[in-house]
Ligand binder design. Structure first.
Ligand SMILES: Cc1ncc(COP(=O)(O)O)c(C=O)c1O
Length: 482
C-alpha cells in the first residue's frame, strides 16, 4: 500500500522498484515539432519515435520489464511444437487464474478474431459495457453488431463514481430478451474500459453479469487486457475485495466467466495474447483457428522470448507493489491537471489520464475532430504523443455517415514503470500551457481517410494556420527553451 511520507506536502507515489537500464530521449525545438506533426498528417500514430519526448500513445507492449522478465527471456525454448516456454506460460496462467485450458494468439486483437470467428454469425449481436476498436472491427466484419450497455454513470466525464465501467444490469437483461438469447453471440465485459477513460468494473457487477449470462444461457467473455489495473481498483475501492488476495480475485473471475482473453502486451508486460477457459469445451471450439491464423498451439504467432517474459510478467501482476505503480502515477497526473482546472476524466482510471477535448475546445464540431486537434496541439506544445480516443477512432456507419463519439478524449497513456515523476510533472505543465492557450487550437480535416481503422493510418491537415500560430506563441512564451 502507499508509503506515507512524514511531511504531508511531500506525499507522492513511491516506486517499489529501481531503474537499471535507460533510453536516451530527444526533445525537438518547437518548429521541428510542428514540422514533424504536419509531416505525420496530424496523426500521432504516424510520428517517428525519434521525434518524441514523452510517448504516451499507449501502454501496449511498452511497459518497463523487470529484471526477472529479461532473465526469463534467456531460457526461451525455441521449438515449433511442444515448447517448454509455452508450458511455463501455462503454469503461470494456472497460478494466476487457476485455469488449465489455454490457447495462444499473437496479440489481443488476434484473440478477438478467433472469438469472433467462433461465435459471431451474420445478424447476431454482441453485448458489452463498451466496445474496443479492434473488437468491434472483427465483429462487424463478420456481419455482427455491437450493443453498448455501460451504465449511464460511465459517460459522465467528471464524477466520483469508483466503477464507471459497470454494466447497466437491467439494460443487459432487456437487450438479451429483445434480441433473444440465440441471437446473442456473447456478452463481453471489458475490464478497465479503455475508450471511456480506463474506468474499472466492480467485482460485484462482473459477478452479476455472469449470473445473468448463466440464467439466459449466453456465453460470457472477459477481456482481461486491462485487468491488472482493474484489480488494483477493486482492492482499494470495493469493500468486499479489501481482504481478498489479488490471486483470489483472478481465480474467482476465471471460475465464473466462460472465457477470458487478453493482450499480453498489457497484462503480462510483454507481447502476445492468450485465450483461457475453465471448461475445455470452449477452447476446443476455438482451437482449430489457432494453427490457421496464428501458428501452432504451443506458440500461436508469439516469439518464444515473449512467451517467457509474459509468463513472468503475469506472475508479477499478482503483486500489489508492482500493480499499484501505474494507477498511482495516473492519479497523480490527473490531480495535477485537475488542480490546474484542465478538464480531465475523473476519477482517475487505469491506462492513462484522459483529457476531455469537448471541454478543451467546446466550440469545435465533432467533424473537425476535437480530440485529434488537441492531440496534435499537445505534440507541438511539448513533444508529447497522446492518442485520439474520440470521433476519429470511431468507424463510419454502413451508409457512410459519421458516428460521433460519446466522449471526445485525448488519452495520455502512462506505460507502467517507464516514466519518472518529473516527466509526469513536465507533462502536466505543458498541458496547462496548452489549456491557457486553447483559444489558438483549430480543427482538422481529412487528406486521406482509410475505410478500416482509419485512426491508425489516416492523414489530416489543419483548417487554417492555427498550428503555426500556436508554435509562434510557444516561442514567445518559452524563448530558447525546448
Ligand atoms: C481492452 C483492450 N482489448 C483488446 C486490445 C487489443 O490488444 P492488442 O493491442 O494486443 O491487439 C486492447 C489494446 O489496446 C485493449 O485495450
Amino acid at each position: 500500500m502507499a508509503v506515507k511520507f512524514y511531511q504531508p506536502e511531500n506525499q507522492v507515489p513511491l516506486e517499489m522498484h529501481k531503474v537499471r537500464v535507460v533510453q536516451k530521449l530527444t526533445l525537438l525545438p518547437v518548429q521541428e515539432r510542428l514540422k514533424a506533426m504536419q509531416d505525420a498528417g496530424n496523426n500521432t500514430f504516424l510520428l517517428q519515435n525519434k521525434d518524441i519526448y514523452m510517448d504516451m500513445i499507449t501502454d501496449s507492449g511498452v511497459n518497463g520489464m523487470s529484471d526477472k522478465q529479461v532473465a526469463a527471456m534467456n531460457i526461451a525454448d525455441d521449438s515449433y511444437a511442444g515448447s517448454e516456454s509455452f508450458n511455463r506460460a501455462k503454469a503461470a496462467i494456472k497460478e494466476v487464474f487457476g485455469v488449465d485450458n489455454v490457447l495462444p494468439a499473437h496479440q489481443g486483437r488476434a484473440a478477438e478474431n478467433i472469438l469472433a470467428e467462433t461465435f459471431v454469425k451474420p445478424g447476431m449481436v454482441t453485448l458489452m459495457n463498451f466496445h474496443f476498436t479492434t473488437t468491434k472491427a472483427h465483429i462487424t466484419r463478420l456481419g455482427g453488431s455491437v450493443v453498448e450497455l455501460v451504465h449511464k454513470k460511465g459517460l459522465i466525464p467528471q464524477s466520483d463514481d469508483p466503477f464507471k465501467g459497470d454494466f447497466d444490469l437491467q439494460a443487459l437483461r432487456d437487450a438479451i430478451t429483445e434480441h433473444t438469447p440465440e441471437k446473442v453471440a456473447f456478452v463481453r465485459v471489458e475490464a478497465g474500459t479503455n475508450l471511456i477513460g480506463g474506468q474499472p468494473v466492480s467485482l460485484e457487477n462482473m459477478m452479476a453479469v455472469c449470473d445473468i449470462c448463466h440464467e439466459y444461457g449466453v456465453v460470457s467473455i472477459l477481456d482481461a487486457s486491462l485487468l491488472q489495473d482493474n484489480i488494483y481498483f477493486m482492492k482499494i475501492r470495493e469493500p468486499r475485495c479489501k481482504y481478498m488476495s489479488t490471486k483470489e480475485i483472478y481465480h474467482l473471475l476465471a471460475s465464473r466467466f466462460d472465457i477470458i482473453y487478453f493482450s499480453a502486451r498489457k497484462l503480462g508486460f510483454s507481447r502476445g495474447g492468450f485465450i483461457l477457459s475453465t471448461d475445455a469445451k470452449w477452447t476446443n471450439m476455438m482451437m482449430e483457428f489457432v494453427p490457421l491464423y496464428e501458428g501452432f498451439l504451443t506458440y500461436g504467432g508469439m516469439e518464444v522470448r515473449s512467451i517467457e517474459a509474459a509468463a513472468q510478467g503475469l506472475l508479477e501482476s499478482l503483486d500489489m507493489e508492482y500493480i499499484n505503480q501505474g494507477p498511482e502515477f495516473i492519479a497523480y497526473l490527473v490531480k495535477e491537471l485537475d488542480d490546474y482546472g484542465v478538464p480531465v476524466i475523473k476519477p482517475a482510471g487505469g491506462l492513462g489520464a484522459h483529457l476531455n477535448a469537448s471541454e478543451f475546445v467546446p466550440d469545435m464540431p465533432h467533424n473537425q475532430y476535437p480530440a485529434g486537434a488537441v492531440g496534435a496541439a499537445l505534440f507541438i506544445a511539448g513533444g508529447i504523443r497522446g492518442m485520439e480516443r474520440g470521433t476519429l477512432s470511431e468507424q463510419r456507419e454502413p451508409d457512410g455517415t459519421e458516428r460521433y463519439a460519446e466522449l471526445e478524449l485525448l488519452r495520455l497513456a502512462v506505460p507502467r514503470r517507464v516514466f519518472t515523476l518529473s516527466q509526469i510533472k513536465y507533462c502536466a505543465d505543458r498541458v496547462k500551457w496548452l489549456w491557457d492557450n486553447r483559444s489558438l487550437i483549430g480543427g482538422l480535416q481529412w487528406e486521406y481517410e482509410p475505410s478500416v481503422l482509419r485512426f491508425f493510418f489516416g492523414r489530416l491537415k489543419e483548417i487554417g494556420y492555427w498550428q503555426e500560430e500556436l508554435a509562434a506563441k510557444f516561442k514567445a512564451d518559452f524563448g530558447d527553451s525546448l
